[in-house]
Design a protein around this ligand. Structure first.
Ligand code: DX5
Ligand code: ZN
Length: 218
């Protein structure tokens, strides 16, 4: 079944617990948590204490997306805070193979993400060691950016690579996913759809998630 992961980046942080419960009631499968350090990306968001706080409210798994340089330093803290999936950027670590094993040793599922400009060949050698591949469809750092259309062939190639090497890996996309493009993205072979502004800035989260699910066909 296809999964929808609302990104809390566009939620009202003053009412974060209520916002999480609202999207869960609307059918969210995961809560996507964007961690930014002001170095790897030009924005700063939250750290492990906020993840630990979210964990007290959330009933669905936490999908924690680390947009931080040298993530090895913080993996244990994010795992201890209750992250179910920890995704690091291939561009942010010198030894990606070591990093993904640190995530698993810390007790979380290991995800790897690549920016739009990064080719899939950069992660091919670790694909047997991960649980999730996140293909960015915007340059990370901000919510509400436009989906980069030229990522569609890359997503299809990622699907083929996963099916060929390690079919159990989940393929996730993040950035600019809306009701208008989620159908085309699904056709490219995606398992998990991250959506921030198109859910949290909509009038009715329940209706938006329901409409997305109708397009996804399950
Ligand atoms: C971008 C983040 C995304 C972001 C998506 O750097 O990783 O998760 O919140 O937001 P939308 O869906 O608005 O593009
Ligand atoms: Zn994200």
């Amino acid at each position: 079944m296809k999964k929808i992961a609302p990104s809390i980046l566009s939620a009202d942080f003053n009412r974060l617990g209520e916002e999480i419960l609202a999207v869960e009631d609307a059918g969210a499968d995961l809560i996507h948590v964007d961690v930014m350090d002001g170095h790897f990306v030009p924005n700063i968001t939250i750290g492990p204490p906020v993840v630990a706080s979210i964990k007290k409210t959330a009933r669905v798994p936490l999908d924690v997306h680390l947009m931080i340089d040298d993530p090895d330093r913080y993996i244990q803290s994010f795992a201890d805070a209750g992250s179910d999936i920890i995704t690091v950027h291939a561009e942010a670590t010198a030894h990606l193979h070591r990093t993904v094993h640190l995530i698993r040793e810390a007790g979380a599922k290991a995800g790897v993400s690549i920016n739009p400009a990064t080719p899939l060949v950069d992660i091919e050698q670790v694909i047997g060691d991960i649980d999730l591949l996140l293909v960015m469809t915007v340059n990370p750092g901000f919510g509400g950016q436009k989906f980069i259309e030229s990522m569609l062939p890359k997503i299809r190639t990622a699907r083929d690579m996963i099916d060929r090497i390690s079919p159990d890996i989940l393929l996730e996309v993040d950035g600019g996913i809306t009701l208008h493009n989620i159908g085309a993205v699904k056709e490219a072979g995606v398992d998990i759809f991250v959506a921030g502004s198109s859910i949290f800035l909509s009038e009715d989260y329940g209706q938006t998630i329901k409409d997305m699910r109708t397009i996804l066909g399950d």
